[in-house]
Design a protein around this ligand. Structure first.
Ligand SMILES: NC(=O)c1ccc[n+]([C@@H]2O[C@H](COP(=O)([O-])OP(=O)(O)OC[C@H]3O[C@@H](n4cnc5c(N)ncnc54)[C@H](OP(=O)(O)O)[C@@H]3O)[C@@H](O)[C@H]2O)c1
Length: 450
């Protein structure tokens, strides 16, 4: 038995390790093979064609990606919302001596669907064979701090743009038989939910799913689709953090990142962080489950809080189970521990109802609170039926005097005495959703008052 279990666990372990290594090594393997073991390594132009369009090309990764494409002899259409910034990028490319053409298209993706007609019209006569869906925006804060307009804007920029442009250019490339490429820029945040960056990470998870599906749809037409998912890069999207803006081994400049990413497009990898050290970072991160990564993303303090909370409740459960063995004189019943009365809200259905019934079973008197009088009465009757008192089925002459006194006290005395006590309060309030429970008679009385 033990042997079979250990063999099974070994298989599970080997399978899990195999899956992990396959996911981590397939892109590096492909890159090594093409760069060091292939006779030919076609240029970007040979592989995909002359023209590229880059969204969000006025700054950060998009700008540097466009400049790197130009360096590799590709003409570029620069798309973003600021004419001035786009003109400056076009000028930089021209002055770099790359000898390529540029065109700028001013488009703000938060301004509605006409932006796509505008882009189509502006690029109608250009054989664009590389589309780089780079535009993206972020605001590292809680959903509490987003307005309706900001929410719509981040969806329009991060979700709608990649959806519409991927469709438009996929259809165009297919129609004109261009064996081009579509690159979508995601982010390491796509791999797990991100508290305080929830819309952003969700938009990137969407991009990832869309892009990886499109990969299979476009492949039969010779169109290559790449999911490019950077971790931190020094750009203004991170200007909220001085630490990130300093850069480092794991946080490259936009130009270093773009150079590496464009070369990975040239080598036709389909899914990549685009940068060696981001790959290493992801290999370590994905060894943990997405739940743990979410906590890591929230900060190590949150992990400590998580462990503390969970260990604390575990310890209290163990304590509660063991306590009776070590301290036999402690009060045991609920009544002994907490007294005779409980209040249960939402008591007409589901957990509230069953909880109330269990309390009643354990000898606790109840105040049930809810909004539906009929349902409260039904629950009351049910509970009373469960816990109501009855003498043994014997003829009256055989019932002991003590039992008869109990019966009278519980089933009639309580009705009379409690009614007398509670009636003035109920009448004073004119209505009430609370039912005092001891006998069916008292429940009836509450209905009359309600
Ligand atoms: N930097 C990172 O650490 C990092 C990490 C992972 C993923 N990414 C992703 O990489 C992509 C590029 O980000 P980045 O870091 O380069 O950011 P960035 O420096 O802020 O650049 C964003 C670009 O998008 C443009 N843009 C923003 N909103 C727009 C809108 N509504 N309409 C048209 N253009 C708009 C910006 O134009 P303006 O110049 O007018 O603002 C700029 O050209 C994004 O998809 C981002 O999510 C970045």
């Amino acid at each position: 038995m033990f042997c079979a279990l250990s063999t099974f666990l070994t298989f599970v372990g080997v399978y899990a390790l195999g899956c992990y290594l396959y996911e981590q090594l397939r892109t590096p393997y492909k890159l090594l093979k093409i760069r060091y073991f292939s006779d030919t390594r076609p240029t970007l132009k040979e592989r995909f064609g002359d023209w590229a369009a880059v969204t969000g090309a006025s700054d950060g990764i998009g700008k540097e990606y466009a400049k790197e494409l130009a360096r590799q002899n590709i003409n570029v259409v620069l798309i973003a919302r600021s004419q001035e910034k786009l003109q400056a990028v076009a000028k930089e490319i021209t002055e770099s001596g790359a000898g390529v053409q540029t065109k700028i298209v001013i488009a703000d993706f938060t301004k509605g669907s006409q932006v796509y007609e505008h882009i189509e019209k502006e690029t109608a006569n250009i054989p664009i064979s590389i589309l780089v869906n780079n535009v993206g925006t972020a605001k590292p804060t809680s959903l509490l701090n987003y307005s309706q307009e900001e929410t719509q804007n981040i969806i329009d920029t991060n979700v709608v743009a990649v959806s519409q442009l991927s469709r438009i250019f996929f259809q165009r490339m297919k129609a004109s038989k261009l064996k081009g490429a579509i690159v979508s820029v995601g982010s390491g945040t796509e791999l797990q939910p991100l508290p305080n960056g929830a819309y952003y990470a969700a938009s990137k998870a969407y991009t990832r799913s869309l892009t990886l599906a499109l990969y299979h749809e476009a492949k039969p037409y010779g169109i290559h689709v790449q999911m490019l998912s950077p971790n931190f890069v020094v750009t203004k999207i991170n200007s909220y953090s001085k630490q990130i803006m300093k850069g480092g081994l794991l946080i490259p400049s936009a130009s270093a990142y773009a150079k590496s990413a464009v070369n990975q497009l040239r080598d036709e990898v389909d899914e990549t962080p685009g940068y060696l050290w981001h790959h290493v970072q992801n290999a370590v991160a994905t060894a943990f489950t997405w739940r743990v990564r979410t906590y890591i993303a929230m900060g190590s303090l949150s992990i400590v809080a998580f462990l503390y909370d969970n260990l604390k409740s575990l310890v209290s459960i163990i304590k509660a189970v063991l306590e009776p063995y070590f301290r036999p004189n402690l009060p045991k019943t609920l009544v002994e521990k907490f007294g005779q009365w409980a209040v249960v809200t939402g008591a007409t259905d589901g957990i509230g109802k069953e909880y109330a019934k269990e309390l009643a079973r354990q000898g606790i008197n109840l105040v049930l609170i809810s909004r539906t009088k009929e349902k409260l009465i039904a629950v009351t009757n049910e509970i009373v039926n469960n816990v109501g008192m009855i003498h043994d089925p014997e003829t009256l002459d055989k019932v002991s005097e003590d039992t008869l006194w109990d019966l009278l006290t519980v089933n009639m005395g309580s009705v009379t005495m409690l009614t007398r006590k509670i009636l003035p309060q109920m009448i004073g309030h004119r209505k009430g959703a609370g039912i005092l429970l001891r006998t069916p008679a008292l429940a009836q009385f509450d209905c009359l008052c309600g």
